[in-house]
Each structure stands twice: as structure tokens, then as C-alpha cells.
Write a protein that binds this ligand. Structure first.
Ligand SMILES: [Zn+2]
Length: 296
């Protein structure tokens, strides 16, 4: 455990599954990549020991100035024509240069400032069986390294499995590691079909429920990876990253991406907006959330 960041230690205590926590300690003396930015299901809350200011602080490390994304659909039921595969393609094709993406752009790190330059390399479908239960971070990292032909250090690889979350208390998470010596960022998403605990209750965009749910958590995790890719970026005194701090609160009715697609996505915490009282309130009533839309 001592090799873990405080952020992760705090979150691991809360991870309800004993097996998950045990896994995260590593089975062979090699620590698992940490779980970052766990997107808790509705009603499941991480510890909140935030003191005076709810603002996030920088932890002396890197952010993602740009992101090269790709998606991986892992599981026997996926096909390239599945509506969630094509829908997620639209999502990543449009998120770059969107006003939603710009909600992360105020943050800086050792390697510069976050920008909305986000490209998409398309999807990969792996029809081998995905883990039937909540996987270790190392299993998802191994999948990324197996499937992505040429990983890059500003890569963000989103792995969507076809298995439901079952008793796991979270919808998604992001983490980081290396593929053959190349640093990579990655994220994991359960199948959220008919899962009220991870449902944004989108009644405006017309997307099927399972796709709307993936779109919302995809925004949460990508935003967190861009601002805290490797655990030394931006989070608050309780370890909450920018997506966590606005989880399950929606400012605008819907958001239009740069390719014209429309989505319902939670906002992200902005220190700048909070300090200027220009954001919309999160679930604790702190008005630091922005989504790039006309929420006012
Ligand atoms: Zn999160």
C-alpha cells in the first residue's frame, strides 16, 4: 500500500469489494496501477474531508496538453456496427475543440497547459471474453497493450466491456501505466444498459439509454485523465478530481460537440468558476461546475 498515492489509498478504503482492494495491493509484489477518478454510482459517495476551500490543487506533476484517443470494445457480444460502438465513435470524433472539452483547459502542469486538442484514432473490437467481474487495473492495461498497435505517451485508451457492473459501486475509472516502455493513460467502463445507478436520465438527445450512459461517464473519465493523467495533477483535499466534484450534476439541458452531435454530460469542476461564482452547483451546493453549455 505504501507505494500508492494518498488519493488512491483513500479511494481504496472505500472500494466496497474486498476482492478489489485485495487485488489492488498486487498479487506478485508488483503494485497494480492505481484506480483514479472512480466514477461512483448514484448514491455511492467517496470520503469527503475537504477542509476550507473546495478548490482543487496541483500535485506537482503532469497534465495532458493534448490527447490522442482510441476506444476498445472488449467482449464476445460487440460488433463494429453496434449502435454503442458507432455512437461512441461520434462522441470521440466530436469532443475535441468542443466547449465541453474546454472546461478542462484552465489547468497547467509540468508539461504545459491542458488544451482541447483531442484526436480520435477510432475503435478496436476484441471479441474475446471480457472479465465477468470488476477487473483489476492491470487486466485493462494488458488489454490496451494487446490491442493498440502503436501506443503513444499522450494516448488515452478507453476500454468498454460488455459486462454489467453487478455489485461494483462505480460505473468507470481511469488509470495509467506503460505499454512496452511507453507511458499510456486508460479508462474502464462497464456496460451500463438498464443500470439506474449510472444513468444520466437523458430524455433530450434521443440517444438510447445505454449509449447516453456511456457518453456521460466517458466525459467524466476523459476530463479527469486530461487534468490528472498520472496521479500528480489536479484534485482536491479529499482526492476528488474535476469530474468527481461535479458527478451526477448537470448544468445544461444538452451539449453540442464540434461535429454537431448532441449529448447530455455532467460538468467539470473549475477553480476559476468557483472563485468567480460563475459555475452551477455540485451536489454539495458549491457553484464551481461548468459544462461549456448555456446552463444559466
Ligand atoms: Zn472520477
Amino acid at each position: 500500500m505504501k507505494k500508492f498515492l494518498p488519493l488512491c489509498a483513500a479511494m481504496l478504503i472505500l472500494l466496497s469489494s474486498f476482492a478489489l482492494a485485495q487485488d489492488a495491493q498486487g498479487q506478485k509484489g508488483k503494485p497494480e496501477p492505481p484506480y483514479l477518478g472512480v466514477h461512483w454510482a448514484r448514491g455511492v459517495r467517496p470520503p469527503n474531508n475537504a477542509s476550507s476551500s473546495p478548490d482543487m490543487t496541483w500535485h506537482s506533476g503532469a497534465i495532458m496538453p493534448t490527447a490522442v484517443t482510441a476506444s476498445i470494445f472488449w467482449g464476445t457480444s460487440w460488433t463494429t456496427t453496434n449502435y454503442k460502438v458507432t455512437g461512441v465513435d461520434s462522441w470521440y470524433n466530436g469532443v475535441g475543440s468542443s466547449t465541453y472539452a474546454a472546461t478542462c483547459d484552465e489547468y497547467t502542469g509540468t508539461n504545459g497547459q491542458v488544451t482541447s486538442t483531442i484526436s480520435y484514432g477510432g475503435h478496436f473490437v476484441d471479441t474475446t471474453a471480457a472479465p465477468s467481474r470488476a477487473p483489476k487495473t492491470s487486466a485493462i492495461l494488458a488489454e490496451v497493450c494487446k490491442v493498440i498497435p502503436s501506443p503513444v505517451s499522450n494516448g488515452y485508451y478507453a476500454v468498454y466491456v460488455d459486462t454489467p457492473r453487478g455489485h461494483a459501486g462505480y460505473c468507470a475509472w481511469h488509470s495509467y501505466g506503460t505499454c512496452g516502455g511507453t507511458p499510456v493513460q486508460f479508462a474502464f467502463f462497464f456496460n451500463l444498459d438498464n443500470d439506474p445507478g449510472c444513468d444520466p436520465q437523458d430524455t433530450v438527445t434521443g440517444h438510447p439509454q445505454g449509449l447516453s450512459a456511456l457518453a456521460n461517464v466517458s466525459g467524466h473519465e476523459l476530463s479527469e485523465a486530461r487534468t490528472d493523467p498520472r496521479g500528480a495533477g489536479w484534485y482536491d483535499s479529499s482526492g476528488a478530481e474535476n469530474g468527481d466534484k461535479c458527478a451526477w450534476t448537470f448544468g445544461s439541458r444538452d451539449l453540442t460537440f464540434s461535429n454537431g452531435t448532441i449529448w447530455k454530460i455532467q460538468g467539470n469542476w473549475s477553480n476559476r468558476a468557483y472563485n468567480a461564482s460563475t459555475g452551477y452547483p455540485n451536489s454539495s451546493g458549491q457553484d464551481g461546475c461548468i459544462d461549456g453549455g448555456n446552463f444559466k
